[in-house]
Design a protein around this ligand. Structure first.
Ligand SMILES: Cc1ncc(C[n+]2csc(CCOP(=O)(O)OP(=O)(O)O)c2C)c(N)n1
Length: 669
């Protein structure tokens, strides 16, 4: 109440109502060592209704959870101080408006967009089952942690929550417990205006165990329900918790105002009186509270952690190779030989589809990196993401060691689940058609915000899907994903660049990557000095050059348009034009190069430029300049065979040559 009042913004009502729940869960049940919030076998807590962040800041502070940095080193100071809480929602405070994983230690996932947290928790539960199956040995339960997620009406209304719940039920994830804050209030008022379904029946239908606690203040019953969860086998648990938003506030309890408005000084005083709390004390932590948390969560967490450390020391002796894997995974390191047997593609005019090259790379990587796994949203045969080698296996309830994940037709949940897997230190990839990245975009955005190395494999990148027509032809998706800060998007120009793209992506520890791949074969190109280019890592590089490296014209392309541009270049050179071809698979990687490098690839004095990309031209002015020309898409495309579409929309050698000549005429003077 005090923090929200001081900030004059925030959400007081739900933290007030759920304080008993969070107290019970943290202090009586969870195995979490506040001194080491990155201990691998800790129970996970996800606050999916992230607007109630003050709950988390309070408990992180009271339990004295310690801070670590992005390299997982302990910093010797608390994750959240009382001063941070006093400065709730202010610049630099470790108590921001919503939980932010990359910013505050002890936050297991960034939440705020409703539904994402619970969906990520399903990824965490899958990860935990996979880890247990792969690393636990007789007598060594190295991974046996549970995942708790708290959510409100909003999370259960959002589709992503439903997708994830459906998959969790199918997979029988009995290490997963969602606690649903059933307070009948959202921003516009009572849930009776828009949310009247029988949630219990829905979750029973998904195959969940459903429990109900009729009074959120009855901590014995809350604890009892949590214990029932811990004993439940073969299915996830939903605890429906009946609560009163703004509990204790004489005029605000059970109102929508309690959701997102400060109570006001007078009401806070009245509420404190109702609690039997000193009315004028602000940010008061009574004597003994911190000690109480030390005696509860502190001692239990420290003991569990110590016992685990002892177990892990013995495990190291009997299972040294597995132990090394666990340690590498925790640091997001790659194992030695991770790039063994990556394919090398010979120059080939017929070529290979980006998705096919990717499939070969994925199969090599998954054999080299034990914790590299993934799958598709029911498009595996099209995305070419199936791991086909002996022993890869399918992840199912009774085969939790499988590396092929089947997300079903649930792109949004897939994105969030991938993030949950990455938060659990696995290295996940997920796939769908590029056009349906729209369905996963909020999760892709969160992967960038959280600085997670999630990999999105998006095939059918342009008009290669020809006959499927405009519903399946991505247009604005490249521009839109390129606009996400911290996301590395790569659209490789041929099979060689696909391999190099994976080399770049696999080394990323704190950045997600989107790989945009062609459906149709594209020529594997000749780069003169062998097929390797080494240029993908720089985002853009000179693929073919004018005599003596002195171009008068630059042709720029990504993906399937690289080979077109290469042909146009040959035609232009034959006519005496000093043309250069720049392959530009990644704007993001290019922008991170030095100015000297960028100027060497795109010399500022060469103003005749043509970019070619089967997508919205939005943004290409950055590289072609205001007077340059971009051959791209201005409509949603059409349904027709690819060749006809290329002709129709100008993706032909002749059109590129013509545009280049027009550039030379107009920009030279
Ligand atoms: C995807 C998304 N849509 C909308 C919002 C804005 N929003 C924040 S809280 C909220 C109401 C949530 O209601 P409920 O989950 O019942 O939370 P409570 O009122 O119990 O705190 C809304 C619509 C959001 N954070 N995320």
């Amino acid at each position: 109440m005090d923090a929200v009042q001081a900030a004059n913004s925030g959400h007081p009502g739900t933290p007030m109502a759920l304080a008993p729940l969070v107290y019970t869960l943290w202090n009586r049940v969870m195995r979490f060592d506040p001194k080491d919030p990155t201990w691998p076998n800790r129970d996970r807590f996800v606050l999916s209704n992230g607007h109630a962040s003050m709950l988390l800041w309070s408990v992180l502070h009271l339990a004295q959870v310690q801070a670590v940095n992005s390299e997982y080193e302990k910093l010797g100071r608390p994750a959240v101080t009382l001063d941070d809480i006093r400065r709730f929602r202010q610049l630099g405070s470790k108590a921001p408006g919503h939980p932010e994983y990359h910013l505050v230690s002890g936050v297991e996932a960034t939440t705020g967009p409703l539904g994402q947290g619970i969906a990520m928790s399903v990824g965490m539960a899958i990860a935990r089952r996979w880890l247990g199956s792969h690393y636990n040995q007789p007598g060594f339960e190295i991974f046996d942690y549970d995942i708790y997620a708290v959510c409100g009406d909003g999370c259960l209304m959002e589709g992503v929550g439903s997708e994830a719940a459906s998959l969790a039920g199918h997979l029988g994830l009995d290490n997963l417990c969602w606690i649903y804050d059933n307070n009948h209030i959202t921003i516009e008022g009572s849930t009776s205006i828009a949310f009247t379904e029988d949630v219990a029946a829905r979750f029973l239908g998904y195959g969940w165990n459903v429990l109900r606690v009729g009074d959120a203040n009855n901590i014995e019953r809350v604890e009892n329900a949590l214990q029932v969860f811990r004993q439940t086998k073969s299915r996830p648990t939903l605890i429906i918790l009946d609560s009163h938003i703004g509990y204790g506030s004489p005029h605000r309890q059970d109102t929508a105002e309690a959701h997102g408005e400060p109570l006001g000084e007078d009401e806070i005083r009245l509420t404190k009186r109702a609690y039997g709390w000193p009315e004028d004390a602000k940010f008061l932590v009574p004597d003994g509270v911190v000690e109480h948390f030390v005696a509860g969560m502190g001692i239990r967490g420290e003991r569990s952690h110590r016992e685990w450390d002892e177990l892990f020391s013995l495990y190291k002796l009997s299972n040294p190779a597995l132990a090394v894997e666990i340690e590498q995974m925790q640091r997001r390191d790659l194992p030695a030989g991770w790039d063994r047997n990556l394919p090398i593609f010979a120059v080939d005019a017929k070529g290979l589809a980006g998705r096919d090259a990717s499939g070969q790379v994925l199969n090599a990587l998954a054999q080299n990196i034990p914790w590299f796994l993934g799958g598709s949203a029911d498009l595996g045969p099209s995305n070419k993401t199936a791991l086909k080698y002996d022993g890869a296996g399918n992840f199912q309830a009774d085969t939790p060691g499988g590396k092929n994940l089947h997300f079903g037709i649930r792109e949004h949940a897939m994105g969030a689940i991938l993030n949950g897997l990455a938060l659990s230190k696995l290295r996940p990839f997920g796939a769908t058609f590029f056009i349906f990245s729209d369905y996963a975009r909020p999760a892709i955005r969160l992967s960038a915000l959280m600085e997670l190395p999630t990999i999105f494999v998006l095939t059918h990148d342009a008009m290669g899907d020809g006959e499927d027509g405009p519903t399946h032809q991505p247009i604005e998706q490249l521009a839109s994903l390129r606009a996400i800060p911290g996301l590395t998007l790569i659209r490789p120009g041929d099979a060689t660049e696909v391999v190099e793209a994976y080399r770049v992506i696999m080394e990323l520890k704190h950045r997600p990557a989107v790989l945009v791949l062609s459906r149709q074969p594209v020529p594997t190109l000749d780069r003169g000095k062998g097929t390797q280019s080494g240029g993908v890592a720089f985002g853009a590089y000179v693929f073919a050059d004018a005599p003596e490296g002195k171009p008068e014209l630059i042709l720029i392309a990504s993906g399937s348009e690289l080979s077109l541009v290469a042909q146009a270049h040959k035609a232009l050179v034959a006519e005496g034009v000093r043309s250069r071809v720049v392959s530009m698979p990644s704007w993001d990687l290019f922008e991170r190069q030095s100015e000297d490098y960028r100027n060497s690839v795109l010399p500022p004095d060469v103003r005749s430029r043509v970019a070619v990309e089967q997508a919205s031209t939005f943004g290409w002015e950055r590289y072609v300049g205001r007077r340059g020309h971009t051959i791209g898409m201005h409509t949603f495309g059409a349904s027709a065979p690819l060749k006809a579409l290329q002709q129709e929309f100008g993706f032909t050698v002749e059109n590129i040559v013509q545009a280049a000549k027009a550039q030379l005429r107009t920009t030279k003077f």
